[in-house]
Write a protein that binds this ligand. Structure first.
Ligand SMILES: NC(=O)c1ccc[n+]([C@@H]2O[C@H](COP(=O)([O-])OP(=O)(O)OC[C@H]3O[C@@H](n4cnc5c(N)ncnc54)[C@H](OP(=O)(O)O)[C@@H]3O)[C@@H](O)[C@H]2O)c1
Length: 310
């Protein structure tokens, strides 16, 4: 058993080293037309700053205009000549997804005469960590519907609206990329993460199928999908949930830096990587759940029962 684990760890280090060597520079963002959803806070906000710094034309979207305006003005401070557009939208509604893509295309066409999307970053998410309330089935279904509409249907709708703007008739040299933010919580499904984990697990299946479909339709050289499986990243939203339930010392020890994470995500998208596991040892959890599902579920249950503060 021990040597299997050792082989897995060594393979991961080799893969990681291989990708690090190949990592393209973030300056490859220069002149690219990029849309970032959920850019008012957290990882999305950080990606907006990196894109601005590296010369991308950016559209940032989310529901809260005041926060988006603050992010936009910070981007302007970082890179005064870089075009940026704020679009307020609630991406659980199909109409708002259409509005985001239509206004983005108008904007890109205006600034560089190029009605194309080079990079779509599907980052927005509604998050929920709470136990199920069996006395309130209607409310439970409503919450699940809201999260699914935003996190899954919103992602799917945006990717479908975007793909036509990523396909070109000419012999396109560079590929376009769709970056999808998923979570290790799609693998470690705790009872209290029921709605969030469901949406993230569905995203994994959906975008894996979409990837296959792009290959089937011979579009794999034009569009690359990067599915990012993230662990605990030090954002306000994540801390607002974890600090409530887990010992602070443990959370402080486990969380990863937002800026470094945002850079890794953008780099893996520029690289056309199919998957990013961040941290890279997160992939071991997937193997562990595949090989010892019973034991892993028991561990998850114990964590929920004895570690989480109720
Ligand atoms: N942080 C972590 O530890 C972690 C771990 C694994 C995966 N992830 C994933 O990484 C992504 C970013 O996480 P984060 O921690 O940076 O989250 P965050 O700070 O809460 O950011 C989420 C963003 O999504 C926007 N949003 C939420 N619902 C929306 C909707 N219906 N329509 C439009 N915008 C919406 C929010 O802005 P408004 O409220 O203004 O709309 C916010 O800008 C998420 O997909 C998350 O699931 C994060």
């Amino acid at each position: 058993m021990l040597h299997i684990i050792l082989i897995l760890i060594i393979s991961l280090i080799i893969i990681k080293f291989f990708f690090l060597c190949k990592s393209p520079s973030l300056s490859n963002l220069q002149g690219k037309n990029v849309i970032i959803t959920g850019a008012s806070t957290g990882i999305g906000e950080e990606m907006a700053y990196i894109c601005a710094k590296n010369g991308a034309n950016i559209v940032i979207a989310s529901r809260r205009k005041t926060l988006l305006d603050k992010v936009a003005s910070k981007c302007k401070n970082i890179s005064p000549n870089q075009p940026i557009k704020v679009i307020t939208c609630d991406l659980k509604h199909e109409k708002d997804c259409e509005k985001l893509i239509n206004l983005s295309i108008e904007f890109f066409n205006e600034i560089n005469d190029k009605p194309e999307i080079d990079m779509l970053i599907l980052n927005h998410a509604m998050t929920l960590f709470e136990h199920m309330d069996f006395n309130n089935p209607k409310l439970m279904v409503e919450k699940l519907r809201d999260i699914t509409m935003s996190n899954l249907i919103g992602f799917a709708t945006l990717s479908h609206l975007t793909i036509p703007y990523m396909i070109s008739d000419s012999n396109q040299k560079e590929f376009k990329s769709i970056i999808v933010l998923s979570s290790l919580m799609s693998t470690i499904s705790l009872g209290m993460s029921w709605a969030y984990s469901t949406s993230k697990a569905a995203i994994n299946s959906y975008f894996t199928s979409l990837n296959e479909e792009l290959e089937y339709q011979e579009l794999q050289n034009q569009i690359k999908i990067t599915l990012c499986h993230l662990g605990s990243i030090n954002t306000i939203t994540m801390r607002s949930h974890t600090d409530k339930y887990f010992p602070k010392l443990l959370v402080d020890y486990m969380v990863l830096n937002v800026e470094v994470t945002a850079k890794s995500i953008l780099q893996s998208g520029l690289n056309g990587q199919k998957e990013l596991w961040y941290p890279s040892y997160g992939i071991l959890l997937r193997y562990a759940y595949g090989i010892f599902p019973g034991i892993m579920r028991k561990i998850g249950f114990w964590i929920q029962k004895y570690l989480i503060k109720n």
